[in-house]
Unconditional design. Sequence first.
Length: 427
Amino acid sequence: MNFDIFADLRWRGLIHQSTDDAFLPGWLMSGRRTLYAGFDPTADSLHVGHLVAMMVLRRFQKAGHRPIALVGGATGMIGDPSGKSEERNLLSREALLANVQSMQGQMRRFLDFDSSENAAIMVNNFDWMENYSYLDFLRDVGKCFPINVMLAKDSVKNRLERDSGISYTEFSYMLLQAYDFVYLNEHFGCELQTGGSDQWGNITAGIDLARRLRGVQLYGMTNPLLTKSDGTKMGKTESGAVWLSRERTSPFKFYQYWINVEDADVGKCLRYFTELSRDQIEALDAAVKTDPAKRESQRRLAEELTRLVHGDDGLRRAQQATEVLFGREISGLSDAELGEIFSDVPSKDLPRSRLEAGIGIIDALVEAGLASSKGEARRTVEQGGAYLNNQRVAGIDAKLTPAELASETVLVLRSGRKKYALLRFQA
RNA sequence: GGGGGGUUUCCCGAGCGGUCAAAGGGGUCAGACUGUAAAUCUGAUGGCUAUGCCUUCGCAGGUUCGAAUCCUGCACCCCCCA
């Protein structure tokens, strides 16, 4: 417990606000503490936005503390108004249950639930809220919440200023989260709650409730929200969020996302998301300055994170796919290998007889969906933007025949820098 | 209620009887350069069975050998005066 976790987090830029900057460092070094962070099951997978909170829990565990990962089966039924501009749709019970389960599965990658010393704990607040009667809850918990205090919280205030307003349901959200903290304190001795900076209001609500209800002092700490140097949200691509589940975001895409992080953001990402030491990170920062083209930082970041989220195997495949995609000619591979590398890529099945008869490159591009008209396909080829198995197509008269197959049945077409499509020729 | 202006290809915006698939800019796409980056430069940007054909300039009619361009009606938008 002689590791100063608070100082480490501060150096990493992970502390946005805490209830007591002066007290917490010593408190954390003087004994094993139990802390928690909550995750609402709004989807069947965690995404990059959850990564900061997840890594914070992981760091605490590695520093010897005991983390509790709370999945909000109950709070997820209500909807957290924090940081949201509009009322959300309620999810069905079945959807929530499924989401809780798959999110819990992903958390096992970040936390150690089997350690003898300080095993992490997984809880679902549905378990203690399900049978808590409305009347009892209002009498026990509601009584401790002055409306004027609730109205002053940013999450509520922002919504009241909008036309859409806020429903009583979402307005009540903070009571549930506040009670979670009290419950975890009573049952697991949890004394610290962490979360994104938008959670501050909910965290302090829990601290207040604990004081009023039980006369105990709890603590809170928030992490900055993850933004890029241009002010936009990190973890978003044109096609949506970057997810941790391989079904939603393949290991290859996940790896690529980090490889493509801007120079201006990569240092922050290394601090937030990796467990590299301060020396290592500062050496990488220096490398970004002296030799940006090498992108050592991005490579290291992508490697560390892909390994953590998708394992050694996922990392290997992502790297292999990267090599193939950004390498030279694609040939002599098997259908299975290609299918794996190009798992995200759209494909189209065509009868093999057509290939045997020879398909014009123009038709092939249109069939594969890489061009919306023949005119566009022709233009692409004439400008040198069309590739067959990663080799530039020479002219619009090019014909595809079985000799061009990259594997048993597949041809790899590409338009421009990175738009790929597969054509499959089954018998 | 009266007067005036507008509606153009993804967007903005020129065109005001033939040489208009329609200037220019933006966006987008591709190429060069590069770090799978940014910036920059270059090219492309309605469709097709393609030295030609078809569809497109608010909608519907009309004049003309020929209309995005002229006329009539309709719809919508904007401005000014009441």
